[in-house]
Design a protein around this ligand. Structure first.
Ligand code: LLP
Length: 434
């Protein structure tokens, strides 16, 4: 968890930086990324595979959780590859200096331009459907076959929010397992394709361990099937999905507890089916970065409805963290400048957007607060900045990375000029005063 402590001014300190000072310096809302926490999670994944898997392994960071140059660079410096899901995420990873042979391109509807860009960059295409296969064949260079992996829907269910379940058969991603014979037969005949393995992803924010073990066993069967088509698939990617602790009642397994049984299942299944161990990949997003970041807000107005509720409003909301309104996600909070004050009020933390659903936390336990206090929402590293919007034309928030008492800007705060940078005002609409 966070390298945080309370300093002698009773302020929250992260990575050796006083959060209230960071807000004075960089403004709010402010994403504060604790570098050490992110690096530790990267290492826990890598070391767990080294400990429990006898074959080769490669951890990829699913950059959809938070794609920006600094985050990709940190993940890469820890030896991770990057999973990208669009041309934009690919562009970011390449510009962060990530080596193309460690970048994997996902997507159920890749455009021809994105595919061309990916193929020319020399990365691996996660073929999601027949169109990906056909277009990859068409776009392959004269000598160079396109390196691909096949994404398959495993038909394995898990318990998580409906919007982030992807393993069950009725969903938009991947080949249906019933089509595998046809797909393997096709791929094995294509000189233009170098198919190196299979992939599956069953969902996100998962606390159970059984579904990934079932998945691992099933995927080894796919390798056996592929071998019967003369395909030597050496890579097996079990996706991401390990959940994180957002609230006291969340109880996810540790990274090590998640990795270990997956390795064991694959080793047993390969031994039983007489297969060499594949290179094992996984692509976590949330469990690498969610708890490494907090969002600091400044408290503004409040509204007391006697006998009903107190609303405390902050200077951001659903534009910088759309997860509560989208998935009913629950977050924890602290007041960074009153860390040891007793929690004497129950209040609902509201954003500043023009809709009543813009609530960050319902019924939070807080100390007595005043306008100007710094409220911190914990564990906002995953799917916050990456899903942020400019709703109500709020400029996107800044982000800093903190380590050893130093803070560096990694995302500049957007300005009003940034907001209208892409706007075009046609000549005939100018000076239109009626
Ligand atoms: N691999 C694939 C193919 C994925 O689709 C995803 C997430 C991951 C890996 C990473 O999963 P993770 O380890 O982060 O669970 N916006 C939602 C989450 C959407 C997840 C989409 N895919 C949220 O805020 O909860």
């Amino acid at each position: 968890p966070l390298t945080a402590k309370v300093n002698n001014q009773d302020h929250l300190e992260i990575g050796g930086c006083d959060v209230t000072t960071l807000v004075q310096q960089f403004g709010s809302p402010l994403y504060i990324l604790d570098e050490e926490t992110l690096r530790t999670a990267c290492r826990q994944y890598r070391e767990s595979f080294q400990r429990y898997y006898k074959g080769e392994s490669q951890v990829l960071y699913a950059s959809k959780a938070w794609s920006c140059l600094a985050v990709c660079a940190i993940a890469a410096s820890e030896g991770l590859g990057i999973d990208v899901a669009s041309g934009g995420e690919l562009y970011t990873a390449l510009n962060a200096g990530v080596s193309p042979d460690k970048i994997y391109f996902h997507g159920n509807n890749k455009s021809r331009e994105e595919l061309r860009y990916a193929i020319e960059s020399g990365i691996t295409i996660m073929a999601d459907n027949w169109r990906d296969l056909q277009q990859s064949v068409e776009l392959a260079g004269a000598q160079q076959p396109v390196r691909i992996m096949l994404r398959v829907t495993p038909g394995i269910d898990c318990h998580t929010h409906e919007y982030i379940r992807t393993g069950h058969l009725d969903n938009k991603f991947g080949f249906d397992p019933g089509d595998l014979d046809e797909v393997f037969a096709f791929v094995s005949k294509q000189q233009a394709l170098n198919c190196v393995g299979v992939h599956a992803h069953i969902g996100s924010q998962i606390f159970e361990r059984q579904p990934h073990q079932d998945l691992a066993a099933l995927m080894v069967q796919w390798l056996t099937k592929a071998a019967s088509y003369g395909l030597n698939l050496t890579n097996l990617n079990v996706g991401g999905g390990l959940g994180v602790k957002y609230t006291e009642s969340d109880d996810p397994p540790s990274i090590e507890e998640w990795v270990k049984p997956i390795c064991e299942v694959i080793q047993q299944a390969c031994a039983a089916q007489n297969l060499p161990l594949p290179k094992l990949l996984c692509e976590p997003g949330r469990s690498l970065i969610a708890t490494a970041c907090v969002t600091a807000y400044t408290i503004g107005s409040s509204k007391v409805i006697p006998g009903i509720r107190t609303y405390i409003a902050v200077d951001g909301g659903m534009s910088d963290n759309p997860r509560p309104i989208t998935y009913q996600s629950v977050y924890r909070t602290v007041v960074a400048n009153r860390m040891s004050a007793s929690l004497t009020q129950t209040a609902t933390i509201a954003g500043k957007h023009c809709e009543s659903g813009d609530i960050l936390i319902k019924d939070a336990q807080l100390p007595k607060t005043e306008s100007g206090d710094i409220l911190v929402v914990m564990a906002t590293g995953a799917y916050n900045y990456s899903m942020a919007s400019n709703y109500n034309r709020l400029p996107r928030s800044a982000a800093v990375v903190v380590a050893n008492g130093e803070a560096n800007l990694i995302l500049q705060r957007e300005t009003y000029q940034d907001l209208i940078r892409q706007d075009c005002l046609p000549e005939r609409l100018k000076k239109n005063e009626g």
